[in-house]
Design a protein around this ligand. Structure first.
Ligand SMILES: [Mg+2]
Length: 136
């Protein structure tokens, strides 16, 4: 796995990852390990809402769209209704313009496409979690 020489230190940050596919949860776990961020995982939109609304320490959410039980659009609407200031970054393979539009209409702050490039993931998260610092 590609790990840049400089990476962010998010040891005081908590990121909630809402994603139904295990392989992608494993990808995020690996990609974000070096940042030392605390990671929470939910496997569908319903679980994502429950965790987001019950945990005050979450700084940012990475949200899939296509999930069983409750999709990302509905999860974003519920989370933003309760916590409008909590950043939600959509990450989805369905990078079609109407999906993007629907995601922004639901209230997401950013939209990134799968497969997610680590540099893109870090730079988008850095907008909400703080600037890059020298690690390692
Ligand atoms: Mg999915």
């Amino acid at each position: 796995m590609y790990v840049p020489e400089l990476f962010p230190d998010w040891s005081d940050k908590t990121i909630l990852i809402v994603e139904d596919e295990e392989i992608i949860r494993i990808f995020f776990d690996g990609a974000l390990k070096v940042t030392k961020a605390k990671l929470l995982f939910a496997e569908n939109g319903y679980e994502g809402i429950k965790i987001a609304l019950s945990n005050e320490s979450i700084d940012c959410i990475l949200m899939d769209i296509r999930m069983p039980i409750l999709d990302g659009y509905e999860a974003i609407k519920s989370i933003k209704a309760a916590k409008p200031g909590l950043p939600v970054i959509v990450q989805t393979a369905y990078a079609l313009s109407h999906d993007r539009k629907k995601a922004y209409e639901a209230g997401c702050d950013e939209y990134i496409s799968k497969p997610v490039r680590i540099e893109v993931l870090y730079s988008v998260l850095a907008k909400y979690l703080g600037n890059y610092t020298t690690g390692g």
